[in-house]
Ligand binder design. Structure first.
Ligand code: HEC
Length: 458
């Protein structure tokens, strides 16, 4: 929890600094008085963010040292020098601290060249964040780290820039002129569009490597937080699009975004939201930017949580090896597989009683009216009788040998939620249970009275 907070603070302060620097570089060179005020304010903002980043880096060092040593927070302070000198992580954080101090000293300088250099240093600091995150689990600077870094820089320029823009353009006491808005906001919009592209590509790669399998989007905490993050980003993209294609063109109808895309979007938005009139274009633009900045903060919260949650790829499959099914011919998870074991024929009625006693129906729907529908996740067993009995045995005695994919079918570790019944059944009971399942030949309810076990001999 504290670790996630600290990491969130690191990400947020770094992104705000990067965004502020980027925004400053987007300002036109010509000196408008309102932009000069904004420039000075941006420099102060960047410096504030860097100071917070320095403090957060120190806190991260403490929190991680404590996690490594297991000692109390006080005792961990004593261990900090050895972590700094002796661990890879400590060296990276030391380098980050030094870089933050350099950036802080240079950030007061007004010239664009200096500001651009500080931006480079900040990008280097972002690399140190990637190097201490999940992407670096495999080693040093790898492709995964490079892509995670690109993701961080692009996302920072976008969301951090939004925060900075909301802060400097949204001031009541020093409102921007229509001209300044009409120059800076479209420039920033274009940058945001490019960043979005980069964020989508690199984020897709990250999700793929960290998650490993699409099903883990819904079965792991990491996947669920990722979905939440994507939903929030979608809201952000929508707000940005409204701003860029609907509001900004009103500032300077002659120069702003036109084109087919803009027109299609405007019509679509008109259809959804209806015409919006009344409020002044300037204040609407600024208002949208402020809302976008707030939504951006929510994205950071998700990112910080993702940094502390075990990635989906770490989900282990401690499956026991299969014993009752030939290893060859395991085509699909749910496909028929040749069994190597066939139990003696059992009794359907006794099997039904065992099915009831072991409460299998709490998770499984069965084509048998004597059971109520299940309340917990599990596959419908209608038609299961078509499988080889060896496969049915395996499903009951060793559920993790082959795990069927489905919503809620697996737990946090990726193991089946179905209990292992191998120590709760005698061979006779197992035969009866399998006989009962074999009666689910078709989806139709079995007429067990007319089909006693004896008649079903092959
Ligand atoms: C806690 C819920 C739960 C209970 C209780 C449970 N199961 Fe399952 N069962 C599952 C889930 C989830 C799966 C799919 C995941 C897997 O392959 O293990 C499954 C899979 C199966 C399968 C394989 C289905 C297929 O299409 O491959 C069979 C057969 C089965 N269960 C039979 C039983 C029987 C018989 C019992 C009672 C002795 C039982 N289950 C009890 C949850 C449960």
């Amino acid at each position: 929890m504290i670790a996630a907070l600290v990491r969130g603070l690191v990400l947020l302060s770094l992104a705000s600094a990067i965004g502020g620097l980027v925004l400053g570089l987007l300002f036109p060179a010509s000196a408008a008085p309102d932009l000069d005020v904004a420039r000075a304010r941006l420099r102060r903002w960047v410096a504030t963010c860097l100071v917070i980043l320095l403090v957060a880096t120190w806190a991260e060092l403490l929190v991680r040292t404590q996690a490594m040593s297991g000692a109390s927070l006080g005792a961990s302070v004593a261990a900090v020098p050895s972590v700094l000198a002796g661990t890879h992580f400590g060296q990276i954080l030391a380098a980050r601290g030094a870089a933050v101090v350099v950036a802080l000293l240079l950030s007061a300088e007004r010239s664009r060249a200096f500001q651009a250099f500080v931006l480079l240093v900040a990008a280097g600091i972002a690399l140190s964040v990637s190097l201490t995150g999940h992407a670096a689990d495999w080693g040093d600077v790898t492709l995964a780290v490079a892509i995670d870094w690109a993701h961080a820089v692009a996302a920072s320029a976008w969301t951090g820039g939004l925060i900075a823009l909301a802060l400097v353009a949204g001031r009541r006491e020093a409102p921007w002129s229509r001209e300044s808005l009409a120059v800076v906001v479209p420039r920033f919009s274009r940058l945001a569009g490019l960043s979005l592209l980069a964020v989508a590509v690199t984020g897709g790669y990250n999700a793929w490597t960290q998650l490993g399998r699409v099903a883990r989007l819904s079965t792991t905490t990491y996947g669920r937080v990722l979905i939440a993050k994507l939903a929030i980003v979608a809201v952000l993209v929508w707000l940005g699009a409204v701003n860029r294609y609907v509001l900004v063109p009103r500032l300077a109808p002659s120069s702003a975004a036109r084109g087919v895309g803009a027109r299609v979007f405007r019509i679509a938005r008109l259809a959804v939201l209806g015409p919006s009139r009344g409020a002044q274009a300037e204040s609407r633009v600024v208002g949208y930017v402020t809302v976008e900045a707030l939504v951006g903060l929510a994205v950071f919260a998700c990112t910080a949580v993702l940094g502390e949650v075990t990635p989906g790829r770490h989900v282990t499959f401690e499956r026991k090896t299969t014993t009752h099914v030939a290893p060859l011919g395991r085509s699909g998870v749910a496909g028929p597989r040749p069994g190597t074991v066939t139990p003696p024929r059992g009794d359907v009625e006794r099997g039904r009683a065992i099915f009831a006693r072991l409460e299998c129906a709490t998770c499984h729907a069965v084509p048998d009216p004597s059971f109520v529908p299940p309340t917990r996740p599990g596959p419908d067993l209608a038609g299961i009788g078509a499988r080889h009995p060896g496969e049915l045995i395996e499903s009951i005695m060793n559920p993790n040998a082959q795990i069927l994919d489905g919503p809620g079918y697996t737990d946090e570790r990726g193991l089946s939620i179905m209990p292992d019944y191998s120590d709760r059944l005698t061979v006779g009971e197992l035969s009866d249970l399998v006989e009962y399942l074999r009666s689910f030949e078709r989806a139709a309810p079995p007429a067990t009275e007319q089909a006693p076990a004896g008649e079903r001999q092959p």
